[in-house]
Design a protein around this ligand. Structure first.
Ligand code: MRU
Length: 356
């Protein structure tokens, strides 16, 4: 998608370096950063210079390419893969991408390993782009149906950033929105600000603005009243890990939106590529929920009148805080899963029908 009219992907390989858009600086500054070695890749994932389930998977894959460039040695590669998997615990795409790379590289000789690693990382990247495009085409039909019935602007609520910045291109939750907009369907997006890191306000609103899509940032608690007032036609969110029974783990606060949607008969859709499905865990209580630094809660960042990014404390130093980054929305609250293969019920039967 575009930034200032120019098309970008979120990650690419150039001159033996991995290039990323530093998302900690957006929307105030557009900075392309070089990842020079596997440590840089691990750090970019931990500090959320790159974030969003599919993008951290792709970054981990490229991180292994950097590991091979740094030291063409199997024990170093294994150590890199373990450190990459541990860099963020909740999004399953990270482990999925690392396992896929390691399977491909297993038993490959030193001479060929770099090319094979690079080809596989590129394949993961290109596959995600294709998946997200198809998620968009499948979700478009749902938006089209609402638009045909309503004969007016379709109001869509989304949480966090499951936009193109969270993937390689298109996004998951935003892909149907981009496709609808490109087809001339009138859409407006309610963007949950998504405290504490404000991925909605900082990233989703920014990328929608760059594509000329009407959007309004709301506080995380405003969705309920908007749904009661009939101002939300549907919700579309992303996910970091969806279980085979259809339970959806996503950014903290998603569950409360789904409850509110259920109470107000607002359809609640989750958009995901198959790389986000966890077929192994059967009970959501076993999903590792990331707990991040409490400073993300106690401090807030913005830009001052001199165009400088500043961080300020917003509550007493002695106050305790708990910063859980994700929650789980039970399948019964989910209207449907929008995947690259089609839309299905949030259940084992639904998912197995699409993914044999
Ligand atoms: O903590 P983040 O910003 O990585 O969380 C991102 C989300 O919760 C997204 O909804 C999810 O990764 C899906 S991205 C297509």
């Amino acid at each position: 998608m575009k930034i200032e009219g120019k098309s970008y992907k979120t990650i690419w390989f150039e001159d033996n370096l991995v290039k990323i858009i530093d998302q900690t600086k957006l929307p105030h500054k557009f900075v392309i950063k070089d990842l020079k070695n596997v440590k840089d890749a691990i750090n970019a994932i931990k500090t959320m210079e790159v974030r969003g389930a599919p993008l951290i998977g792709a970054t981990a894959a490229y991180g292994l390419v950097l590991s091979v460039i740094e030291k063409n040695d199997l024990s170093f590669l294994k150590k890199s893969s373990e450190e990459l998997i541990a860099s963020r615990p909740t999004a399953i795409n990270l482990k999925w991408a690392v396992d896929r790379m390691m399977k491909k590289l297993n038993g490959i000789n030193e001479k060929d390993i770099f090319k094979i690693a690079l080809d596989e990382a590129k394949a993961i990247k290109e596959e995600d782009e294709g998946f997200c495009k198809n998620i968009g085409l499948n979700g478009l039909k749902i938006i089209e149906e609402i638009s045909n019935k309503k004969k007016d602007t379709v109001n869509i609520l989304t949480h966090c950033n499951a936009g193109w910045l969270a993937t390689i291109d298109w996004g998951t939750a935003t892909s149907p929105i981009y496709h609808a907009h490109q087809k001339g369907i009138k859409v407006h997006v309610w963007v949950d600000e998504t405290r504490p890191r404000n991925q909605g306000a900082n990233l989703t609103s920014y990328e929608l603005n760059e594509e000329g899509i009407s959007n309004t940032v709301i506080t995380d608690n405003a969705g309920g009243i908007l749904m009661q007032r009939g101002q939300v036609d549907m919700c579309i969110v992303g996910t970091d890990r969806t279980l085979s029974n259809g339970d959806v783990c996503n950014k903290i606060g998603t569950y409360l939106k789904a409850l509110s949607a259920k109470d107000n008969n607002v359809p609640f859709y989750v958009a995901l590529p198959s790389s986000t499905i966890d077929w192994s865990i059967k009970d959501h209580k076993h999903i590792p929920i990331e707990e991040r630094n409490s400073e993300e809660l106690s401090h807030i960042e913005g830009i001052d009148e001199n165009n400088e990014i500043k961080k300020v404390r917003i509550y007493p130093q002695e106050s305790k805080s708990l910063n859980l980054a994700f929650d789980v929305t039970p399948a019964k609250l989910v209207t449907g899963l929008i995947t690259e293969k089609g839309v299905c019920e949030a259940s084992e039967k639904g998912l197995k029908g699409l993914f044999k």
